[in-house]
Structure formats: structure tokens, C-alpha cells
Design a protein around this ligand. Structure first.
Ligand SMILES: O=C(O)CCC(=O)C(=O)O
Length: 241
């Protein structure tokens, strides 16, 4: 089934792309219909254990209705406009929630790593590691520039329940070390991304982002998708489940 939204037109044009390129993020309002959101919430309640609140992986088997969103013509149209190509693939899919029981915060950071099937050394690919049994690596800037994160919001997010915070434009600063991030976060303006259920945030993984603990916890469920356009060098292949 294809998700059709009356707001699909908003992201069809180049405006959101321009906003995204300049600011490193853009929020498309009410892109996913309430029925699809409710179906997904029901599946989450049934299939994901209550403890799965921060970064649950391997979602495709657990949440069948995610296919509707992943195949949403709206999101896919925007991705082809953004990448200027039909050649893009989903490379990561995570589920987050922040609740009273799991009221986490994350410091300012960029998402700098990708998961790959096996370690094949190549120039510019550094900081190899294994996380949850999967090989991760930090690719060079050219690869990171071809990744776009799509966050599908299943609930409203506000300052009170610990919405994602971003530093607009910081994706243009390249790949940063933790010591480079310190002065930037102290000197540049950050904002909380207030959203409603059905809104979708598109963002560069290099945009500096963080999230505070909720002061008034309430469900803040998010599906986090990452898409990549192009090919990795040297037969490196994304690990995706
Ligand atoms: O959803 C959040 O609050 C933070 C998520 C995050 O840090 C990330 O996607 O890297």
C-alpha cells in the first residue's frame, strides 16, 4: 500500500531541499497519515518489548507496516529530488522512544559511522569497530554527504518530552572531533525541533544534534531511517537489517 498524503506536494518542489541544504534539516509537516501512524504504534506495542526504547534495530521483521512508510511515494519522491538520482537505498532503520522509565539524553554529536558487512580497509575509512556484532566504520566526508536521515515522528515532541535539538547549519562544518564540537555548541544557537505525529524530519547525519532528558516524560516514538545514494568503494557493502 502506498501512503498518500495531502501534504506530499509541499516537499515535491525544491524549497525543502534548499532548506535542508542550508540548515542541515527540514521538517515536512503531516506527511504520514494518522492511520499509518496508528497502525505502526499498534505494531510497536505488540512486537517490541517495553525495554526497547533506545535504538532498537532489525525492525523490518518486527514492524510490517513500516514497509508502507519506507515505500511512501512522498518520501521517495523527496529523496530522488534531494539526491538528484533514483539510485538510493535504505541503509539503517532504528526505533527510539523516550519515556519516564527510559529517560535518556544524548550529548552533542554527529552521526559519523555506518554499518558494513565486513571490514575491508580503504583510504579514508577509519575508526573500525564492532557494535552488537556488526562492523562499523567512519567513512570519509564524500560518503557522509550522500547519506540522509529521515525521522518519522509517531508522537509530538516538545522541549518537555526531550525533543531532538539541532545547531542549524553545523552540517557544513565537516566531520568534527569531540574537542571541535565543544566551542561550536557553546557559541552557536541551538533549537529544539518541535514536531507532531505524522511530521517527518529530514536531516544530514553531520548536523550537530543532541537531546535532553524529558522534564515531563511522555512517549516520543521515532522511526529513524538512513538512506544512501551511490556506491561504497572497494566492494564495501552496507550491513542492513
Ligand atoms: O532522538 C534523539 O533524541 C537523539 C537521537 C540521536 O542522537 C541520533 O539519532 O543520533
Amino acid at each position: 500500500m502506498t501512503v498518500v498524503s495531502k501534504n506530499c506536494l509541499i516537499i515535491k518542489g525544491d524549497n525543502k531541499k534548499k532548506e535542508l541544504k542550508e540548515n542541515g534539516y527540514a521538517i515536512a509537516r503531516q506527511l504520514i497519515g494518522s492511520q499509518e501512524i496508528e497502525r505502526l504504534k499498534d505494531e510497536i506495542a505488540q512486537n517490541l518489548p517495553l525495554s526497547s526504547t533506545h535504538g532498537t534495530r532489525n525492525l523490518s521483521n518486527k514492524l510490517k507496516s513500516l514497509d508502507e512508510i519506507v515505500n511512501s511515494s512522498c518520501i521517495n519522491k523527496f529523496l530522488s529530488t534531494y539526491f538528484e538520482s533514483q539510485n538510493f537505498q535504505l541503509v539503517r532503520m532504528l526505533y527510539f522512544n523516550k519515556t519516564k522509565q527510559a529517560n535518556w539524553g544524548v550529548p552533542w554529536h554527529q552521526d559519523k559511522t555506518i554499518a558494513v558487512r565486513e571490514r575491508i580497509e580503504f583510504t579514508g575509512f577509519t575508526a573500525w569497530s564492532i557494535k552488537q556484532g556488526v562492523v562499523h566504520v567512519q567513512p570519509p566526508l564524500e560518503v557522509m554527504k550522500n547519506i540522509l536521515t529521515v525521522r518519522v515522528h509517531l508522537d509530538a515532541a516538545t522541549e518537555e518530552n526531550g525533543a531532538l535539538r539541532v545547531i542549524p547549519g553545523s552540517h557544513q562544518l565537516g566531520i568534527l572531533t569531540q574537542s571541535q564540537i565543544e566551542p561550536i555548541k557553546n557559541n552557536l544557537v541551538s533549537i529544539a525541533c518541535r514536531v507532531n505525529a505524522g511530521d517527518v524530519t529530514f536531516m544530514s547525519p553531520l548536523l550537530l544534534h543532541s537531546s535532553r532528558k524529558a522534564t515531563k516524560p511522555s512517549d516520543r516514538r521515532t522511526i529513524h531511517l538512513e538512506y544512501f545514494s551511490g556506491l561504497l568503494p572497494n566492494h564495501l557493502i552496507f550491513y542492513y537489517k
